[in-house]
Design a binder for this molecule. Sequence first.
Ligand code: PGA
Length: 245
Amino acid sequence: MPTWLIANWKMNGNAARVRDWAYRVNQSLAARPSGLTVVYCPPSVYLGDAREASRPSGQLKLGAQDCHQEKSGAYTGGISAAMLADKGCAYVIVGHSECRSGGDCDARVLAKAEAALAAGLCPIICVGESRAQYEAKETLAALDVQLMPLKALPVGGALIAYEPVWAIGSNRTPTTAEITAAHSHIKTTLGSSVDVLYGGSVNPDNAREILALPTVQGALVGGASLEVEPMRALMEIVAAKRVGT
Ligand code: PGA
């Protein structure tokens, strides 16, 4: 049953848009309790704005898009997991492909996930194959390389997001059979209790089919989360699935 919707705004928006989105999405959640958890990940400088705007009922959860693996120190530009927790975050994305391409190796992704857990945050750990690996039918082998270090984690406190790199922002998605195979593989590797989300070009047109898959516990959404109405449509789709309609 899908439970999670993660809105990853990447480097988009401004304080006014963050406040407006957080207020309106929080209102929708408060008006229609559904067992759905919506996690809003605006740029970190706007976390305080999102928190203020969603304070009336606080249904909307907050997440960051990345964190530093160290607790504190001479890391210019770094933001520690404890700082994020201090600003009201409960979640943090780690290992996004856009951060992996900027230098985050598997060991650093593990260190960031461990730092998040130590600060009381739930890490949303992204894994996924490149286009070349997909075309060479090496998806599961690529996942194995990224998943192996994560076996050291208590996965009950983490979420995994399967995000094929080639599907991000491309309007292309794997087939439902391919998503099921990848998700099943992740659950076999890390334990069946881990919640696995799908991310990569999710929108209100394709979400019904993707979120109907029994191995998909939610979605990590980039572009389609930037406006309130498509986000509300995604929330409706998840809510409908949760009551089995
Ligand atoms: P997208 O981004 O929905 O725009 O493809 C997803 C992500 O990168 O998390």
